[in-house]
Structure formats: C-alpha cells, structure tokens
Design a protein around this ligand. Structure first.
Ligand code: SF4
Length: 487
C-alpha cells in the first residue's frame, strides 16, 4: 500500500485556500489584525530569565550553573547556548516533577546539591529557578539555609542564588539577577578601607559574542590598563580544541571577582542588562562607577576609549588611533553600498542602541526598530538617538512587539535587510531580503560569535559583512550587461 493512501488527514485544506491565506497575511488588512492582537505572543525576540542567569553562572572560575526546576527547561537553556556557541554548556538541574510541584522542591534541591558537589567538584554552585518553583512559591533562601544546616553541602560552599521567574522580564533580567547575586556572594566582607587594586572592573552585560570580550581585552592591553572582567565568558564558550575536555574552562577568577569591590573604577557597557547589578555596585564598590553604551560604531567607541584614557590618565595608544583611522577608511570605501538603505532591526536594548548608532553613521536608515521586551525609558532613548540624524527621521519604534509583528511590517512596508538573529530567517526568506545575524541566538551559521561587533574592529566587521552582501546580491541578480568586475 502506498504511504499516500495509508495517511488519512483529519482535515484537508484546499490548495486555493492555502494560497489565499499565504497572500492575505502579507496585506495591510492582516497587519491591522495582527497589531490588534493583545493576549498572544508569536515568536518573541527574547528568551526566558534563567537562560540569562545560566550565561552569568558560566562566566566565573569553577562555577556550576544549577537549575532549581524542570529538567526540560534546563535542557532548553543548555541547548540554546550550546547551539549558538557550538560548545558544551554544562549545567545541572534538580529535575522537579509532579511531586515537587505539589510538595515543593526542597528535597530535589538538597539531593541535587549533594550529587552535584560530589560529582562535579565545583568551586561555586550558582543556583537559579525555572517557572515551576516560582509559580508554587518555593523559598530558595530557606531551602539553601536548610541544605547547609542539614549537611547536604559543606557550610563554606559558595552558593549564590537568584529568583529568575520566566513569566516576567527576559534573559537580560535573569543575567542581571544572577550576576548581582554572584558579586554579592563573592565580595561579602572583602572590602578593605583604603585599599585600591588599581584595576578597572569591566562589565559587558548579556553579550554572547566572544569576539567582543577579546576585543575589550585587546583595547585594555593596548592601553596597559589592569582589569578584571566581571563575567568573562570568552574562554568558557570559545575554548581551544586540544583533545582534552575541561568542565570549567576559563571564567573570571573568583579571587579577582572578590577583590573587584576595591577597584579603581567600574564600567558597565550593558546599562539595560546590568541595571540592578550596577545600582548595587554604585552603593557598594569603591572607586568610580560609569554606565555607558556598548561601543558599537565610531562615536560610541570613541567615547569608550576617551573614558579609559581619562580614568587612568593615559594617552590613547597610537595603535588604537591607527585602528580608528582604518575603521573610518573602511566606512568611507563602502558607504555607497549602504547609504540610504532601509533596515528592520530588533534585539536586546543594549545591542539595539548599538545597531542604530552604527547604521546612522553609515547613512543607512533604521526603519522598523523593534524590541520584544522594552520599557518607555528605552523607547525614549531610541527616539533621542534617532533624532540625532536625518537618517533616523522616518523610523518607527515598536516596543513589546514580536517577530510575527515584524513580519507584517516587513511585508507591508518593505526594507532592504533585517538585523537580528536566526529567528528572523523565515521573515527574510518570505521577503527575499538578507538577514544579518549580529544578535543572539544564531543556530544556522558558524563562528559568527568570534567576529567582534564592538570597537573599531567591530565597525570594520559590520561594514564588510553588510556591504559585501549587498554587492553579492547585485552580482546575483543583474543582467549580463551589468555583470562587472568592478563594483
Ligand atoms: S519560560 Fe518557563 S517553562 Fe519555558 S523554558 Fe523558560 S523557565 Fe521553562
């Protein structure tokens, strides 16, 4: 019997109906209905809080991420990080199931802490929650206190913990909560009156581009500025393949993180993804505290470089001045391929502001600007940035809208390209325009996280990626008469 005959469809949709709906969802009429949608989110451009917490938990020496909650959720965070970086993301879960949901998850937590400590010998266990324990109201503070009292875990084990309810906020808020708890735990009692490490504490925020971390380190090395990178994932998710498996490769040294409270200055480049952490740092850390935008584009990179020079009383190194000149040259050589092009852009607030700066500097037009978890403050900041350039004047901002909304926008009011992550590939396929995967997560391309987007090198990378794609499209679509050696 052929398979065709063996399969009986419960409902059949006539081909004409499929065609009619496929065309209808590209119309203004459908867009209006789509934007009237209130209670349903379709393909949100963010992940849940615990995923961000896991990223922060991975970023410290010997730190084992520990999910208090469901095994399936833990697999989701791990696989998302694992697919983006193509590296292992080792984390444990206390695997709450139905009995945990009814009686609370304390037994799960205690048993899992014992096992995790015995099996994986971490220097620190960084605990965060999935939805289930948050919904039933598990008291993490009491559970962890009891674990120590009952001897499930040695008294002196470092156990930072964060409540990361996924029905609220996004991965950047979970990152913030976990980072805050780790720093509070490590620096407790470590502040020494009159002591100054002479170091800069640098915080990148939720950033899944390991090349960015390397770029920051390279800039600081060029200046000769001693630093502690707070939450350094660069070696964790970009460790060399040398035939040996390390459970805890890299990460910020616990000793350095503990002493960071006595630093000369602390800079956060992720104002939105470290807002609670930075508020706490301002109240508790010695030295100066600076929150500034991630250095995307020339102007923001200049501001970062000048801030470093100012804080540490050092001249800007000649090598960085030359790099700046090369970046400006790269922009000038390529500007005609981007000038006036319209972009739909979406992503986390700190990245989104960076994309806009960069596009405006290139004379490109950020046209549909969307953030699926944002605030009025973010909207105002985006608008203020757009208002600085004539190329931002016809941009529209969409806060708390999803990628299904973005699809309607792109299909009814077309753009030349989208900047986002892998999830927009269905939109750009339908719209027949390129997608630039600068955000997180990217599952369908390799090594993108190794190419920095920040600093002058980041400018060169973004200009080259975008402009070469537009040139390639011209080559692929032009007629023979216009197929030229020179472009
Ligand atoms: S949203 Fe909740 S249920 Fe879904 S993966 Fe995140 S923690 Fe788990």
């Amino acid at each position: 019997m052929s398979t065709e005959k063996a399969v009986k469809y419960v409902t059949e949709t006539p081909e004409e109906e499929v065609k009619r709906v496929a065309e209808w969802i590209n119309t203004e009429e459908y867009k209006e209905k789509n934007f009237a949608r209130q209670a349903l989110v379709i393909n949100p451009a963010h992940t849940c809080q615990p995923l961000g917490a896991e990223l922060a938990a991975h970023a410290f020496e010997g730190s084992l991420p520990f999910v208090h909650g469901s095994q399936g959720c833990a697999s989701y965070y791990r696989s998302t990080l694992n697919r983006h970086f193509r590296e292992p993301a080792p984390a444990v879960s206390d695997s709450m199931t139905e009995d945990g949901a009814v009686f609370g998850g304390q037994n799960n937590l205690h048993e899992a802490l014992e096992n995790a400590y015995a099996l994986y010998k971490p220097k620190m266990i960084s605990i965060f929650t999935s939805c289930m324990p948050e919904i039933i109201g598990d008291d993490l503070t009491a559970f962890i206190k009891n674990a120590r009292q009952k001897g499930h875990i040695p008294q002196d084990t470092l156990l930072p913990y964060a409540n990361t309810p996924s029905f609220n906020g996004s991965h950047i808020h979970g990152y913030d909560a976990m980072l805050l708890s780790i720093l509070q735990t490590l620096t407790e009692g470590k502040q020494v009156e009159g002591r100054c490490t002479g170091k800069l504490n640098l915080i990148a925020g939720f950033d899944c581009n390991t090349g960015n971390y390397q770029e920051y380190k390279r800039i600081l090395k060029a200046f000769g500025i001693p630093y502690t990178f707070l939450a350094d994932i660069s070696d964790v998710f970009d460790s060399p393949l040398d035939g040996t498996y390390q459970l805890y490769p890299g990460g910020t040294k616990l000793e350095d993180a503990a002493d960071s409270i006595n630093g000369k200055a602390t800079i956060t480049l992720g104002a939105y993804s470290t807002s609670k952490t930075f508020t706490w740092i301002k109240d508790n850390y010695s030295g100066k505290h600076i929150s500034m935008p991630a250095p995307f584009g020339i102007e923001k990179t200049d501001a970062f470089i000048m801030k470093l020079a100012d804080l540490f009383g050092k001249p800007v190194p000649e090598s960085l001045k030359a790099e700046r000149g090369r970046a400006v040259d790269a922009m000038t050589d390529a500007h005609q391929y981007m000038h006036g092009k319209k972009f739909a852009i979406y992503g986390d607030p700190d990245y989104l502001l960076g994309y806009i700066s960069f596009l405006l500097e290139m004379g490109a037009r950020p046209y549909h600007v969307l953030c699926s978890k944002g605030t009025k403050k973010l909207e105002k900041e985006i608008q203020a940035l757009l208002d600085t350039s004539p190329y931002g004047k016809d941009a529209k901002i969409y806060i708390n809208k999803d990628l299904w909304h973005l699809r309607s926008l792109v299909m009814t009011d077309p753009v030349d390209a989208v900047i986002g992550d892998t999830h927009a590939k269905f939109i750009t396929r339908d719209a027949k325009i390129p997608l630039f995967r600068f955000g997180f997560p990217n599952f369908d391309r390799v090594n993108l996280h190794r190419y920095p987007l920040v600093g002058y090198q980041g400018v060169i990378n973004m200009v080259s990626t975008i402009c070469n794609k537009f040139i390639e499209i011209t080559d692929d679509t032009c007629d023979d008469r216009h197929f030229e050696m020179m472009r």
